[in-house]
Structures are given as structure tokens and as C-alpha cells.
Design a protein. Structure first.
Length: 309
């Protein structure tokens, strides 16, 4: 077998997180070393449970280490649930939590251990950045072991989805985001500026196998339809954006998009969570500027269909 890219995923499932996780699990050339939960789309307990649900549904034999991380931001601001993804975070599919034998471990300790032990190629962050910021504060030297972060979050030129100028993941813990963005770790930023270019409409769902007797297939279709219905009703949009899926597609194929270097920073005082250009920061974030839409959709559909079998 050819080289397998070693990755760690920090996420808050969430419909698009769950689909992104499935996409990673579908690829033989991806070696998933750990998955950690963070508060965000749901509280951290639900996020942790939803990771286990995905692993169980996908019938993963060698389940990578899974750990639970922060339940609030660095400032300790109370978590406020959002129901865009349903009460359970997975489109109200209400799956039972599987019994998986796991060694209890904190997410930050797991991530540090994995990065010390293995030469990880990419850290993929799909939620608020609290876990990652805590690691960088507790153990600054670990920056040398993190080759690259593919970070789903932020918005630079477009309108935000938490406030007019802030994206949800960054807004949830702007202080943590500022620490990570200014860490000088190589970062590929997949922001709302690019994720809104890829709309997953009903015709995309129709390309995904609806396999009789497959619990995974039923789950994906129910979850996808929930998201379509929600966005049609409340956003007046005939289709959904799946930001975390696009971020994972970039992990799988970095030639999928065009990047430009930007020196960015995060506002933590006046316009909380706003990501802005700051030439003094000198952090050279690789900002995803454009994306091959058809190729991104194909990668998603092919991966999910492979997972269904």
C-alpha cells in the first residue's frame, strides 16, 4: 500500500462533521490516528457520543482513540446549544449510543500524546479551537510537531453566520482562535468565503446510494433530508452548505482549490470573532480562495458511497 496520510480530527458533530468523518474513514490512504470532541454544534458530551455513533455505523473495526475535550471556551462563557443540526446534532436521527470500550483520556492529553508519538501530517479542526489553544498554551514546544492545520472557520470577505462579521467556530472561542491563528503553525484556512461556493442540493443526495437494509445509508439520507428541510424552511435555500466536508476534501486533495497567503488576526475585543487582515501578524495563513466545485462534490459522493458499500 502507498503512503497513508496521518491525521487527527478535532470536531463537534454536527451533520457536516459526521459526514466529514465518514469521508475520512472511507479513504484507504488516510490513517486516522485520533478523534477528539469539542463543544460547538452540540455540547461536548453529545459531540463525543456522536463520534462513537459514526464509528459504530461505519463498522470500523480498529477504532482510533477518541477523547472528550473542552465543554466551554477559554473565557468560561456558558455554552448555548444551536438546533440547526437537530436536538441530537445528527438531524434528529436519535441513534442509540453504542457501547465502545475506550480508555478515558482528556482530548488535549490525547492530541499531545499522538503528536509526540507519530509524525502526524495534518491536524483537522472542524469546531471551536479551544482544545488546540489549550495545548499550545500548556506545551508551546508542540508547535514543532504540528506540520499543518486544516482549519474550518472564519470569514474574511463575506458575511458571517454568528454575527455579520464572525463565523460560528471562531465566534464560539475567539480567544482560542487568536492563539491558533497567531501560532505560526502552517494553516490552510477553509472559511465561509469558500464553503459557500459549494451548495449540496437534492440532486447531490440522489447520487448517494439508498441501499435497502443499510442502517448507514438510511442514516445519511435522513440526516441529509433534515438539513435540506431546515434550510428550505428557515434559510429559504434549496440546498445546504457542508463546510466541514469541504475542509476534509481539501485534506484529501490539496489541489482541489486555489490558495493565497494572507496575514490574518482575530478580534477579541470590539467585533468579537471577526477575522481580519493584519500585515503586522506575519503569519502567512493559506486562505482558500477558490475551489473546484464539481470535483469537491464528486469526492464527497464517491467517498460516502464507498462507505455505504
Amino acid at each position: 500500500m502507498s503512503y497513508r496520510k496521518k491525521i487527527v480530527i478535532d470536531c463537534d458533530p454536527g451533520i457536516d462533521d459526521a459526514l466529514a468523518l465518514m469521508l475520512a474513514l472511507s479513504k484507504e490512504d488516510i490513517d486516522l490516528k485520533a478523534v477528539t470532541a469539542i463543544f460547538g454544534n452540540v455540547d461536548v458530551d453529545k459531540a463525543f457520543e456522536n463520534i462513537m455513533k459514526v464509528m459504530s455505523l461505519c463498522k470500523i473495526k480498529d477504532i482510533p482513540p477518541i477523547a472528550k475535550g473542552a465543554d466551554v471556551s477559554l473565557s468560561g462563557a456558558p455554552y448555548r446549544p444551536r438546533f440547526v443540526h437537530g436536538v441530537d446534532g445528527l438531524g434528529n436521527t436519535n441513534l442509540k449510543v453504542p457501547e465502545i470500550d475506550l480508555e478515558p483520556e482528556d482530548a488535549t492529553e490525547l492530541i499531545k500524546r499522538v503528536f509526540r508519538k507519530d509524525e502526524i501530517d495534518t491536524l483537522v479542526t472542524l469546531g471551536p479551537l479551544t482544545n488546540i489553544a489549550k495545548i499550545l498554551v500548556e506545551e508551546p514546544a508542540i508547535k514543532e510537531d504540528i506540520r499543518q492545520i486544516v482549519l474550518m472557520g472564519g470569514v474574511v470577505y463575506a458575511k458571517g453566520n454568528a454575527t455579520d462579521s464572525a463565523e460560528f467556530n471562531i465566534y464560539q472561542d475567539a480567544e482560542a482562535a487568536k492563539i491558533v491563528i497567531n501560532s505560526k503553525i502552517p494553516i490552510k484556512l477553509v472559511s465561509l468565503d469558500s464553503t459557500r461556493k459549494v451548495l449540496y442540493a437534492k440532486k447531490v443526495l440522489e447520487r448517494i446510494k439508498h441501499k435497502k437494509g443499510s442502517q448507514l445509508s438510511e442514516f445519511i439520507h435522513k440526516m441529509f433530508n433534515f438539513a435540506l428541510d431546515y434550510h428550505r424552511k428557515y434559510r429559504k435555500r434549496d440546498g445546504i452548505y457542508l463546510p466541514d466536508v469541504l475542509a476534509m476534501c481539501i485534506v484529501l486533495d490539496e489541489n482541489l482549490g486555489e490558495f493565497k497567503d494572507l496575514s490574518l488576526d482575530v478580534d477579541i475585543e470590539d467585533d468579537i470573532g471577526k477575522v481580519f487582515i493584519n500585515l503586522k501578524a506575519e503569519n502567512n495563513i493559506e486562505f482558500l480562495e477558490d475551489v473546484d466545485i464539481n470535483k469537491a462534490v464528486d469526492i464527497f459522493v464517491d467517498g460516502i458511497n464507498k462507505m455505504i458499500g
